[in-house]
Design a protein around this ligand. Structure first.
Ligand SMILES: Cc1cc2nc3c(=O)[nH]c(=O)nc-3n(C[C@H](O)[C@H](O)[C@H](O)COP(=O)(O)O)c2cc1C
Length: 349
């Protein structure tokens, strides 16, 4: 099967396979291994401070001279709703006490969030050739700045409406994210979260938008890659399959949990960060969802659950450590990122 030549030429890569950016999982080593293997590695920088982002870019550049993408969270940071946040923090403290976890409530007045705008000068300065984004669209000035430097832009969409919106903004390529996908939904236009499967969404977007499309959600082998191309994709973006890579930052507990999950083992929830995401169902998610508490908006809820998540990860407590993963995550195997990529590349040989 041939990939779309336009897509590979546009990105300067050999195979139309993009390793999905996965904040907290993807390392510079993973990005470099995929780019060195002829795919496109993606470095997640969403929500990071400029200094941290620059360091990660330097680490990646030291490992590859091939193109790689960096990924931004292009949304507007909301004001903190203090009453809701206080109430949630008290609830989290209560469930931690009952479950013998030591929860230190974050000081809400001290919470610091970083906007994607802070990262734009860094990306331009570092001559990043490809920028992917999720949760929205960069503002017009940012798009113009990237375009004037020849940067290729890849936006994430979960509906036909979002695809048309980004196409009209002049974005170069779209990642079409089906409901199967692990991690956060990239949705940004409608109040109710689109929950359309990739099979339904991809051809409907291909019918109305002429941009190259990357299919994302539940792709893990030659069959699923072939199906994505049949439905209108020019390439694929794959996340969960790389969680178990040797270069992944995921813990052994995380890796073994996703490998043992069933196809019904994940849920869509706002309980973890305040934004809809797909993760393995666990006790923390169930307790927050059944609490009757209003879940504070992203990223505040993420800051409130962060102490629990790091504690549970360090102590290996799966019940309280939400593991982001897609519906096909059990297909992942423990291998190097190069080996994982090389199996996928067979689809294009
Ligand atoms: C652990 C994890 C973290 C993710 N983090 C990001 C991220 O930082 N930025 C982003 O655009 N997408 C992120 N995603 C979503 C992926 O880009 C992609 O849509 C998804 O992994 C595709 O579905 P799959 O997991 O079934 O392959 C993440 C996905 C996972 C599983």
């Amino acid at each position: 099967m041939n990939g779309d030549k336009k897509l590979t030429e546009m990105l300067g890569i050999q195979y139309p396979i993009v390793q999905a950016p996965m904040l907290g999982v993807t390392s510079p080593e993973m990005v470099a291994a995929v780019s060195n293997g002829g795919g496109l590695g993606s470095l997640p920088l969403g929500g990071l401070a400029a200094g941290v982002a620059r360091k990660l870019i330097h680490q990646t550049k030291a490992l590859t001279n091939k193109p790689f993408a960096v990924n931004l969270f292009t949304y507007t940071i909301p004001a903190i709703a203090y009453e809701t946040a206080e109430s949630m923090a008290l609830f989290l403290k209560e469930i931690c006490t009952i479950n013998d976890l030591n929860y230190t409530k974050p000081d809400l007045a001290q919470l610091q969030f970083h906007s994607y705008e802070e990262l734009i000068p860094v990306l331009l300065d570092e001559n990043i050739p490809i920028v992917s984004f999720t949760f929205g669209c960069p503002d017009d000035a940012a798009i113009a700045a990237f375009k004037s430097r020849g940067v290729k832009l890849i936006g994430t969409v979960t509906s036909v409406e979002e695809a048309v919106f980004l196409a009209e903004k002049g974005i170069d390529m779209l990642t079409v994210q089906g409901i199967e996908a692990g991690g956060h939904r990239g949705s940004f236009l409608s109040e109710t979260i689109p929950q359309t499967g990739l099979f339904t969404l991809l051809p409907q977007i291909a019918d109305v938008v002429s941009l190259p499309l990357l299919a994302a959600g539940g792709i893990y082998d030659q069959r699923t890659i072939a199906a994505a191309h049949q439905l209108g994709a020019s390439g694929v973006q794959i996340g969960s399959l790389f969680i178990t890579a040797n270069e992944s930052l995921a813990s052994d507990l995380y890796k073994s949990s996703i490998m043992q999950a069933s196809e019904t083992g994940t849920v869509l929830t706002r309980a973890v960060t305040g934004r809809w995401l797909r993760a393995l169902r666990n006790r923390l998610i169930d307790l927050v969802e059944s609490s009757g508490q209003v879940v504070p908006a992203y990223p505040v809820q993420g800051s409130l659950t962060a102490p629990i998540r790091s504690l549970a990860q360090a102590q290996g407590i799966a019940d309280f450590f939400p593991m982001l993963a897609g519906q096909a995550c059990s297909r992942a195997v423990k291998q190097s990122a190069a080996e994982i990529l090389s199996k996928l590349v067979d689809a294009y040989r």
